[in-house]
Write a protein that binds this ligand. Structure first.
Ligand code: SF4
Length: 329
């Protein structure tokens, strides 16, 4: 459904400037911005994906991935089309860069569905929820009123003003930090890194439960120095932020070989030196999937695929030594 967008200004020449994300697109009449789903029609900016749901499912929360937020639960997950990034390695390119069929679901219906399916939260995911802003904001407010929690799985590419409007109704985020170099952000997603770092810092400071994912791509963002710099940035925010290093496999326009397992293990070793919780994803190994208590080393949560065992944890506290882990249950 077409709906007037929030966060834009009208120019005298009939163009508009979208102020939602750091692209700050100046958009002429009848044209759309970089994300393809914000269009100027006669001097008014419309969002084209309001309520248009391309994917909806009950997913394990670990699939987001969120390992420290109500582990072992399932969550109603919904996504739309459009994205403000252009990654050649996108794993959901059919919806982020294409326009597949969608069904219109009002915020009220989305919240009713979550309640009916006994989901404790709604996750806005699959493509980029920040460019679904108006719908996510309305749905999240309504969900909060009904006692549900809200989760964003996001690239973090949003301006601070709209982010600050959204944060009060968001409980948890997995933010994709695609690399630590601005050159990587310019070449691949075609954005810039600083706004993403700001989103991580602001969201954490404002009390959102934050986890970070980094997809390691051979030859692009996989050097020891880059991984160390990325880890140092996370530590500067909090060493207790869970970090998920994810193994790249060929997707969309990128066909280079998958990331060697040895690189994944190197990332884990680098992370483990300074961070409390480091995980490996997309890898056929039990190494890097369990949560160990940072104090006594006991396995607090064991994970075998989506089989989650939390019996060594009591409300986020290690049963063996009594240490309070950064886990919300
Ligand atoms: S949300 Fe879309 S139209 Fe707005 S600035 Fe970002 S890419 Fe451009």
């Amino acid at each position: 459904m077409k709906k007037e967008a929030l966060y834009y200004k009208k120019n005298e020449d009939g163009s508009v400037q979208c102020l939602l994300c750091p692209h700050n697109c100046r958009i002429n009449n009848s044209k759309a911005g970089v994300c393809r789903i914000r269009k100027n029609t006669d001097g008014t900016l419309y969002t084209l994906n309001y309520g248009e749901v391309t994917s909806i499912a009950l997913d394990p929360i670990e699939k987001k991935p969120l390992y420290h937020f109500y582990p072992g639960t399932v969550v109603l997950s919904a996504g739309t089309f459009g994205c403000n990034f252009k990654c050649e390695f996108c794993q959901n390119w059919e919806i982020s860069q294409g326009t597949p069929p969608s069904q219109f679901i009002t915020p009220e219906n989305l919240v009713e569905t979550a309640i009916r399916e006994d989901s404790f939260a709604i996750a806005y995911t699959y493509s980029e929820p920040m460019v679904w802003f108006e719908y996510v904001l309305e749905s999240a407010k309504l969900a909060r009123e009904k006692g549900l929690k809200n989760i964003l799985v996001t690239n973090g590419y949003i301006n601070q003003e709209p982010l600050m409007e959204l944060i009060p109704v968001i409980d948890a985020m997995n933010i994709d930090l695609k690399g630590i170099k601005n050159e990587f952000y310019k070449e691949h997603p075609r954005g810039s890194i600083d706004p993403v770092l700001e989103t991580i810092k602001t969201s954490f400071k404002k009390g959102v439960h934050v986890e970070v994912t980094n997809l390691i791509i051979p030859g692009d963002n996989d050097t020891k120095e880059e991984l160390e710099e990325l880890v140092d940035f996370i530590v500067s925010v909090s060493k207790d932020i869970p970090v998920h290093f994810s193994r790249y496999f060929p997707h969309y326009k990128m066909d280079k070989d998958p990331t060697p397992e040895s690189t994944m293990f190197m990332a884990k070793e680098i992370g483990d030196k300074k961070l409390s919780y480091v995980y490996l994803g997309n890898i056929w190994s039990d190494h890097g999937s369990d949560t160990l208590c940072p104090k006594c080393g006991n396995i607090s949560i064991s994970r075998k695929g989506y089989m989650i065992d939390t019996k060594n944890l009591n409300k986020g506290i290690c049963k063996k030594c009594g240490f309070k882990l950064n886990i919300i249950t």
